[in-house]
Write a protein of this length. Structure first.
Length: 440
């Protein structure tokens, strides 16, 4: 009876969110209410243990380091140089400015891992240029939102730093497992833009040749100068993990130090910039870790109350089969993206779904990457749609909310195509960790 009652925690949480409670306090309140009803005052000791476990989890130290790295990159002038270099090569293509924007998002996401920073910086740089050349406003919106949220599925990613401990999966395995699917998703974005602008050239006009276009060798020189800073950061973070030099937390520290040094090199460092970056880091980190602590409390009560076992029994009784069950789990996460942020989805569903997925014989790293692709769709799915909210903050008045909603729909479809490909070919996820980290 207790296990069945635990399932009521989910509708109770949704009700609390709908009436306006903040996510963290909603999860803590529901967990305390059900926990006190099921276990009495002893639930307080369980909560204390959860707080202590979080405080002693050194992996979570990577969160403020990644956030600080992204905050400093906003000030280092890297994005402007990267923007100019990439568009030198892509602007002659159909939809070339949009394609260059996706490529820029890939490099910037791999340098910072902070989604809001990527979308804001890239959007401020590319929107005026695409409007100048009369790009379709819905295409502009879709490209900025989809490309800016690639930091979810391209390492390093704050999402993965939180997902690893919650799913009890190695962060290193996840980072390398998500690399090929992340690049595949970016490639599918580019193919969609290219096909769209070939069929309807007015959506993304080619930029005509200009007499002052630099020669080939000059393009190479400009590109090399623009690319070395983000490549340096990528090697500092991913390379140190790849070659076994540093743990993920230590790699995040290297990335934060690299971003700080780059701001000094480019002459953008000052005490005011450092103070603003630290304040921003503090605010975002406190928000993330508070929600994470609340999610651990919620999941702890649900699991202790027999919720996972009850869910397994319901699935067995439904006789859906492993693949259909997996599809149902992912569809639930997709629907949750309409009303919940990614941290809430991760903390509510991953502790429940991962043990069941493992019991059905699926690889947990592969499932987590499928989950990341679904989380990617939640950034674009109204009404929550964080990517659209970021865009609204920087977009000029001529780009309306309707342009944004229409623009993200094709990219959500592309994400589902990527999900199907990765689900059909698990080695896209498992091959790289196997080769580089001895995953198997």
């Amino acid at each position: 009876m207790l296990g069945a009652a635990s399932l009521l925690m989910f509708p109770a949480l949704l009700f609390a969110l709908f009436i306006g409670f903040p996510v963290a306090f909603a999860m803590i309140g529901v967990a305390f209410g059900f926990g006190y009803w099921a276990f009495g005052p002893s639930v307080i000791y369980q909560f204390i243990q959860k707080v202590d476990a979080m405080a002693s989890n050194f992996v979570l130290a990577a969160v403020p380091l990644f956030v600080f790295m992204g905050a400093m990159l906003e000030r280092a002038g890297i994005a402007e140089r990267l923007f100019e270099a990439i568009h030198l090569w892509t602007r002659r293509l159909p939809g070339g400015l949009a394609i260059g924007t996706v490529l820029m998002c890939v490099v910037f996401a791999a340098s910072s891992g902070v989604i809001g920073a990527t979308e804001t910086v890239v959007g401020l740089l590319t929107i005026p240029v695409m409007l100048k050349y009369k790009y379709d406003k819905s295409l502009i919106s879709g490209v900025i939102c989809a490309g800016g949220s690639l930091g979810t599925i391209i390492p390093p990613s704050i999402v993965v730093v939180l997902l690893g401990p919650v799913a009890n999966v190695s962060i290193g395995d996840l980072m390398f497992g998500m690399l090929i699917p992340g690049l595949l998703l970016a490639l599918l974005y580019i193919l969609y833009i290219l096909v769209l602008c070939v069929v309807w050239p007015d959506k993304g006009p080619r930029i005509p040749p200009s007499p002052d276009d630099p020669p080939f060798l000059e393009k190479v020189r400009i590109s090399a100068i623009a690319l070395w800073p983000p490549m340096l950061l990528i090697m500092a973070v991913l390379g140190s993990i790849m070659f076994g030099i540093a743990a993920p937390t230590e790699a995040a520290a290297l990335g934060a130090l690299g971003a700080l040094l780059l701001s000094v090199v480019y002459g953008d460092f000052s005490l005011r910039v450092l103070n603003e970056s630290l304040i921003k880091t503090l605010k975002i980190t406190v928000m993330i870790l508070t929600i994470l602590m609340a999610g651990n409390m919620f999941a702890g009560v649900f699991i202790a109350g027999g919720g996972v076992q009850t869910t397994e029994k319901l699935i067995a009784a439904a006789n859906l089969g492993p693949w259909l069950t997996l599809a149902v789990f992912l569809f639930i996460c997709f629907l949750a993206g309409f009303i919940l942020d990614w941290i809430s989805i991760l903390l509510i569903f991953i502790p429940v779904f991962v043990p069941i997925v493992k019991s059905m014989g699926f690889d947990p790293v592969w499932f987590c990457v499928l989950f990341l692709i679904i989380i990617q769709t939640s950034y674009l799915s109204p009404p929550m749609a964080p990517a659209i909210f970021y865009l609204r903050g920087i977009a000029p008045p001529e780009i309306t909310i309707n342009h944004m909603f229409l623009g993200v729909v094709p990219f959500i479809t592309v994400q589902f195509v990527c999900l199907i490909i990765v689900a059909a070919f698990p080695q896209l996820v498992l091959w790289l960790p196997t080769v580089l980290l001895g995953f198997r």
